[in-house]
Design a protein around this ligand. Structure first.
Ligand code: FES
Length: 106
């Protein structure tokens, strides 16, 4: 069962056991992780699921697609090199993920 390590802007960490095939966003929302809103439900139209993915975890995913890349220009907190929309990060067997939640989502 993959784990997701969510770190708040103040450094507080919450670890959630996720399910293969779920997204980092839906796992957060279902488990009450503060700071990931997921307003559009994962349809790439809100950018309220913005996270900073740990550099070591970047290799587990391909580059953002065009739609995600466009939405990453609309984030409330500054976009960084490791910025991703967590609704596009799908959990896989045996791969734990580490994300930091930005200070603002809206
Ligand atoms: Fe809206 Fe990810 S939940 S873009």
């Amino acid at each position: 069962m993959p784990k997701v390590f969510y770190t708040q802007p103040d450094g507080v960490e919450k670890v959630i056991d996720g399910a293969v095939g779920d997204s980092v966003m839906s796992t957060a929302v279902r488990n009450g992780v503060t700071g990931i809103v997921g307003q559009c439900g994962g349809t790439l139209s809100c950018a309220t699921c913005h996270v900073y993915l740990a550099p070591s975890d970047m290799t587990h995913f391909s580059e953002p697609g065009e739609d995600e890349d466009d939405m990453l220009e609309c984030t409330a907190s500054d976009r960084e090199d490791t910025s991703r929309l967590s609704c596009q990060l799908t959990l896989s067997e045996g791969i734990d993920l580490h994300v930091t939640i930005p200070a603002e989502q809206v």
